[in-house]
Design a protein around this ligand. Structure first.
Ligand SMILES: [Zn+2]
Length: 497
């Protein structure tokens, strides 16, 4: 019997965000389940596109595997994880290891871009504490998000990383599954030497789409098969709205000798370096995006991505620059989703459908220059925010995003509605709109607070996709970012030299 302890602790930390991730944020369900412990880790994630679910499924192909599930927890991306949350969840994992008895291996479902109040490298800290308990020999294989900011410390304490290869992350479960054969190789006694190389420039999330050049070609450089004896390599594109020393893209490689691992890591990072100017991070002004969408004559909608106010990258999701541009630009048949504003949702609920009121929409995060938008609104529809997602990325998961309200801006020459929510939730799945009675395929303009993830579910119904520059702390124009801790040698992308 092979005993494998499994656990997950995911947070993507935007150090410029407005609110921190406390323990309570990890307890609550959102797009994904709330904190799970023991056997619930397996039953509560089964069938969901999550790395740990993919890993568990992969182990079912082998007899004589005993999984020891401990804890799985994630919170919506935000500013720092509080020390209290980090210590609580880390302690659950460490106690689980202490109490598990003899173990043959550990699998961890981590993100790779967690920053806590006390630790710039959250995963490095957690992995080093785990290594202190297990010693150096125990195989520890870890799946990471494509947006991981990889550090030397992380690499030194894990046996191997498998990293998502798609953005949108439709391969989360598949990445967890890829960890199992690597773990089996280590269990069979194979030695994998690690190599890591960091890129000398940052890539904003808006330029990290893996469905197009240059990411598409870069990912094709990775060895697809990692059978015994072969090298295993992965790329992390990094998470730039994190003011930490190690922010940015990196390559990891594992091979039978240090020389071979170094050769693979070097080959892939050099290919990335040659692509620096191909990462297109140009954004349209919000006004230009609206004008361009209105003049478009296709039969399908234009999607305007509010790329910098993406809650899935730790932004507040309540900035109103694009909403204002839609109204001022006399946009017709337009909808914007999802504006985070629990107070306005509560006011709409009290009035009921058909009610008309003066709303101060969004802009309540307290961040400078990100104020509310004053508008007279009609309540078109209300929901409890519980529905099944329909797209591939959140496949199998049930949304529990709290009450939402669909509001129409009245007394204006535009025809704009806005979906207001009481939890931050990235608009990456059409069900966010259809569950409240809107068919996005029938609209002229669909504005989404998302950077890239929306593409998987919305691109098939769209004629055109535009990136708008509106306020938000998922900075995509990196020259504006007030970094203090980043390596001084790192460049901030092709358009800013
Ligand atoms: Zn990610």
């Amino acid at each position: 019997m092979t005993r494998i302890l499994i656990a997950g602790f995911q947070h993507e930390t935007n150090t410029f965000g407005a609110t921190k991730a406390s323990f309570n944020e990890f307890l609550e369900a959102d797009g994904w389940p709330g904190l799970l412990q023991g056997a619930d880790v397996i039953t509560g994630t089964q069938g969901i596109n999550l790395p740990i679910a993919g890993f568990v499924e992969a182990t079912r192909s082998e007899p004589d595997i005993e999984l020891v599930p401990v804890v799985w927890a994630s919170a919506e991306p935000s500013a720092h994880v509080t020390d209290d949350a980090f210590e609580n969840i880390s302690t659950m994992i460490l106690d689980g290891i202490k109490q598990a008895g003899a173990l043959d291996a550990i699998y961890l479902d981590l993100h790779g871009a967690m920053v806590t109040e006390s630790h710039e490298d959250g995963e490095g800290e957690l992995l080093s504490r785990i290594r202190e308990l297990t010693g150096a020999a125990l195989p520890i294989v870890v799946s990471l998000d494509l947006h991981a900011n990889i550090t030397e410390r992380m690499v030194s304490h894990a046996s191997a990383f498998c990293i998502f290869r798609t953005y949108p992350h439709i391969d989360m479960a598949a990445t967890g599954a890829r960890c199992f054969p690597i773990l089996q190789r280590l269990l069979s006694g194979e030695i994998l030497y690690p190599a890591m190389r960091q890129a000398s420039f940052l890539v904003p999330l808006s330029a990290q789409y893996t469905g197009a050049s240059p990411c598409k070609e870069l990912y094709q450089l990775l060895p697809q098969d990692s059978a015994a004896g072969q090298a295993h390599c992965d790329i992390a594109m990094g998470f730039p709205p994190a003011d930490i020393y190690d922010a940015g893209p990196a390559v990891v490689a594992y091979a039978a000798s240090q020389a071979e691992a170094d050769e693979h890591a070097q080959r892939i990072i050099e290919a990335m370096e040659t692509k620096e100017t191909a990462f297109d991070s140009a954004l349209l002004s919000a006004d230009s995006a609206v004008a361009k969408a209105m003049s478009h004559t296709g039969s399908k909608p234009v999607i305007i991505a509010d790329v910098q106010d993406n809650p899935g990258a730790g932004a507040t999701s309540d900035t109103t620059g694009l909403l204002k541009a839609l109204v001022d630009g006399k946009a017709t048949d337009a909808v914007l989703a999802l504006l985070h504003d629990p107070q306005t949702v509560a006011a709409a609920q009290e009035l009921g459908e058909g009610g008309i009121f003066d709303a101060a929409l969004g802009g309540k995060s307290g961040l400078p220059d990100m104020g509310s938008y004053q508008a007279r609104c009609r309540v078109l529809a209300l929901s409890d925010g519980e529905f099944a997602f329909s797209g591939a990325m959140y496949a199998g998961a049930t949304a529990q995003i709290g009450p939402t309200a669909l509001l129409e801006i009245v007394d204006s020459e535009s025809s704009v509605s806005v979906l207001v929510g009481s939890k931050r939730c990235q608009c990456l799945d059409r069900a966010i709109l259809t569950h409240i009675g809107i068919d996005p395929g029938e609209k002229k303009i669909v504005a989404v607070k998302s950077t890239v993830h929306f593409r998987d579910d919305f691109e098939p119904i769209a004629d055109l996709i535009l990136h708008a520059q509106s306020p938000g702390v998922n900075y995509c124009s990196l020259e504006e970012v007030p970094y203090q801790n980043l390596r001084t040698t790192v460049r901030r992308g092709p358009n800013r030299r």
